[in-house]
Design a protein around this ligand. Structure first.
Ligand code: NDP
Length: 341
């Protein structure tokens, strides 16, 4: 099968030449295993850290010469597991390749999805890991309360478009966000239920927040870190809560905001003065919330109360380019790669 491999660890910013598409043999099917043809592959910011040799990550780092992996959705072509017949759709971890052999019994290995409930791409986005991240961050980590004012950074991305819409449905009074460029900001207000949005490349975010959230914020959903986290600390009201989800600004993929990556840690005095709660989280520690999440969000989708949005790049040979594009803001909603039938 064709796979995307890491040729070498990037020297600075990753380039498409750091990746290759190669042919690799597939193992034969053992009892309890499935042969899956991948249809959609998830492209995730966390892959950036996994390209490095030293950076500690919450899952294994990639090795030069070996295939990349990541979340994907595919159709079962052959099965040696009676409960998952050919034709079933499964979500699993062996993306970045056309076909994969998976253990059906392994809970991480193959998670069956119902394509009648939502279109396939939605199962990797709004109803997938990024939607779930938004849900966990708002409900369990930031304990969103009715009437709150919520600020979301990287608001036009996969987690951000979910977080803004969910915050509104969960009772937030005002939802504001930041994104790169005027077009994304307009979309946030028009399509994703944000009350106001600001371009983080056009002005200091502290000034933007004073304008779009003049009375302050109660919750900050942080996808970015750096300057935006510092700005949020100043905008938060007493008793405010921060869900620390990710740190896009630290990857360095966007040269336009490079100067704003490093901030003085003493901005944290705001947390003391205002009794703030800052809490980091990794979504996979919260799987107990998944049934509640899927039930609620599938309901919202069926009622037309939320919009699932994806940016879809075609073909395995363009997958590395999709990752580089994601890191520099080339996506709206969930970044996916679609594989040819
Ligand atoms: P996104 O779809 O949000 O894509 C990343 C976006 O980050 C880009 O579109 C770009 O948008 C923005 N960005 C890039 N560089 C910068 C910068 N220097 N400053 C500000 N924004 C920047 O990705 P995801 O929705 O998949 O992930 C969002 C965040 O959530 C990431 O930090 C990710 O690591 C984290 N995450 C955490 C999980 C957890 O368990 N804690 C699970 C899943 C995701 P723009 O054009 O608007 O700048």
């Amino acid at each position: 099968t064709r796979v995307v491999t890491l040729v070498r660890r990037p020297d600075g910013e990753p380039r498409t030449s750091d990746f290759a598409v190669e042919e690799r043999p597939l193992p034969s099917l053992a009892e309890g295993q499935l042969l899956v043809r991948n249809l959609y592959m998830s492209v995730d910011p966390s892959m950036r850290g996994r390209l490095e040799s030293t950076e500690k990550h919450y899952t294994h780092n990639f090795t030069p010469g070996s295939p990349l992996d990541g979340r994907a959705l595919g159709v079962v072509e052959e099965s040696r597991c009676a409960s998952v017949p050919p034709g079933s759709y499964v979500r699993h971890q062996l993306g970045w390749r056309e076909r994969a052999v998976l253990d059906a019994a392994d809970t991480d290995g193959a998670d069956r999805i119902d394509p009648r409930l939502a279109p396939l791409p939605t199962w990797l986005g709004l109803l997938g890991q990024t939607g779930f991240t938004a849900y966990v961050g708002l409900t369990r980590i930031a304990t969103l309360r009715p009437g709150d004012t919520v600020f979301v950074s990287a608001a036009a991305g996969a987690v951000g478009t979910a977080a803004g819409q969910f915050a509104r449905l969960l009772g937030a009074d005002r939802v504001v966000g930041t994104a790169g460029g005027p077009d994304k900001c307009a979309l946030l207000v028009k399509e994703f239920g944000y009350d106001a949005a600001a371009d983080h490349r056009a002005e200091p975010v502290r000034d933007a927040l004073a304008r779009i959230a003049p009375d302050g914020i109660d919750v900050y959903f942080d996808n970015v870190g750096g300057e935006q986290l510092a700005a949020a600390l100043h905008a938060l009201r007493t008793g405010g809560r921060v869900a620390l989800c990710g740190m896009m600004s630290q990857f360095g993929g966007d040269r336009r905001t490079e100067g704003r990556r490093t901030v003085d840690i003493n901005h944290l005095i705001q947390a003391v003065l205002k009794r703030l709660t800052l809490c980091g989280f990794i979504v996979r520690d919260h799987d107990d919330l998944r049934p509640e999440f899927e039930h609620r969000v599938a309901g919202w989708l069926a009622e037309g109360r939320v919009t699932a949005r994806e940016t879809v790049v075609e073909g395995l040979e363009n997958a590395a380019g999709a990752l580089l594009s994601l890191l520099s803001g080339g996506n709206v909603g969930k970044m996916l790669v679609r594989l040819d039938d």
